[in-house]
Design a protein around this ligand. Structure first.
Ligand code: NAP
Ligand code: F7E
Length: 326
């Protein structure tokens, strides 16, 4: 069988690195698109440095020609569009840039596919943030959107332009509506990793408090390794479609703190401070997904539950800090 080629935008991010691991294990040739920077930022894919089937190429979602050139040069079977400005608070500080990357970037890639090879299968990284101020609980593929941040608004655009290009040009364009997914490779600014890293620092005597924002917000948190498998499963279906990927469990940030501090035998109430500085102009209070369709059509289900995920992240942060000599 011919070796398949996949292009991943955002390969230096959390999901891009797990997806690269997964596709390489499946025997793919993987092309990772990275934007140019004066210092390289390849920490999450450093372990793949010597892998011949992985090639890194420069390109940017802001630059249409770079996308067309990459598709012409590598002719991928599948494109996974994971690149985005993905941190919600930054989207209020840089709303226009967030729209350029996270919304219009999707159109640029879809147009590149339409021009170069309309048979390429395209995955769009849509988000549960599109549900925002939720219209029903749990949220599924038919739940109306009500985004609460410039990031969420940009993702709604990306989702609908993916569907529109599927319907207008018969592209194999798939949209995965993924709920929050985390791992030891998660950026330190996101709440799970901020908490597990904070716990490890407190346990090792490097800090004596952890300042967070709204402790009552609830999220459906899963493991990133499980979620990249769902992305791939979607693109193996011949009919393009949209899928919610979630665990179906929801927990508050407060509960996250309780579980994470418990992992090292501490009580979160002794260390956590709720600081208005970290509150958002508009909050998403409650997310919990219904992934029944993914279960039935893709045979997908999560393998790691909330408690195991948080334990994995706390342990990884303890190891990292100890390796740094603490
Ligand atoms: P992440 O860790 O923030 O990674 C984002 C990636 O996008 C990085 O590789 C970044 O490159 C790249 N990027 C940003 N702007 C770019 C541009 N203009 N051109 C090329 N690359 C650019 O995000 P993640 O958690 O892996 O999430 C992956 C995707 O899924 C994102 O689209 C995110 O919005 C979406 N999503 C995430 C979740 C979640 O819970 N993780 C849930 C639903 C949807 P640099 O390294 O150069 O910054
Ligand atoms: O916040 C609350 C915060 O930043 C989760 C992105 O991957 O998932 C992510 O977006 C909740 C919010 O993730 C702090 O107010 C309290 O209610 O970890 P987060 P997010 O905004 O849900 C979705 C699915 C994506 O698509 C995004 O790309 O936690 N919270 N205190 C805090 N959040 C942060 N970051 N920091 C705090 O101190």
């Amino acid at each position: 069988m011919k070796q398949k080629t996949a292009l991943i935008t955002g390969i230096t991010g959390q999901d891009g690195s797990y997806l690269a691991d997964f596709l390489l294990e499946q025997g793919y040739r993987v092309i990772g698109m990275v934007r140019r920077s004066s210092t390289v930022n390849f920490d999450r894919i450093a372990h793949l440095q010597e892998v011949e089937a992985l090639e890194i190429v420069q390109g940017d979602l802001l630059d249409q020609m770079s996308l067309i050139d990459i598709l012409r040069e590598y002719n991928p079977d599948e494109v996974y569009n994971l690149a985005a400005q993905s941190f919600v608070p930054t989207s209020w500080r840089q709303p226009v840039l967030t729209g350029e990357f996270t919304a219009l970037g999707v159109t640029r890639m879809l147009d590149a596919i339409r021009i170069v090879n309309p048979n390429i299968r395209f995955y769009q990284a849509s988000s549960s943030e599109m549900f925002g101020k939720v219209r029903e609980t749990p949220q599924n593929e038919n739940t109306p959107f009500y985004p609460r941040s410039p990031y969420g608004v940009a993702k709604v655009y990306g989702h609908w332009i993916t569907i529109n290009y599927r319907e207008s040009y018969n592209l194999f364009a798939y949209s995965g509506i993924l709920f929050n997914h985390e791992s030891p490779r998660r950026g330190l600014e996101f709440v799970t990793h901020k908490v597990t890293y904070g716990v490890a620092r407190i346990k090792l005597g490097l800090a004596d408090e952890l300042r967070l924002g709204n402790l009552e917000a609830r999220r459906d948190w899963g493991y990133a390794g499980d979620y990249v498998r769902a992305m791939w499963l979607m693109l193996q279906q011949d009919k393009p479609d949209d899928y919610v990927i979630a665990t179906g469990e929801t927990h508050s940030v407060r509960r996250l703190c309780e579980v994470a501090f418990n992992c090292v035998g501490l009580n979160y109430e002794d260390y956590v401070v709720s600081d208005p500085k970290f509150y958002r102009p508009a909050e998403v209070d409650l997310l919990v997904g219904d992934a029944t369709k993914a279960g039935e059509k893709l045979g997908w289900e999560p393998t790691i539950n909330f408690a195991a995920l948080i334990q994995m992240m706390v342990e990884a942060d303890m190891v990292t800090l100890r390796e740094e000599g603490h």
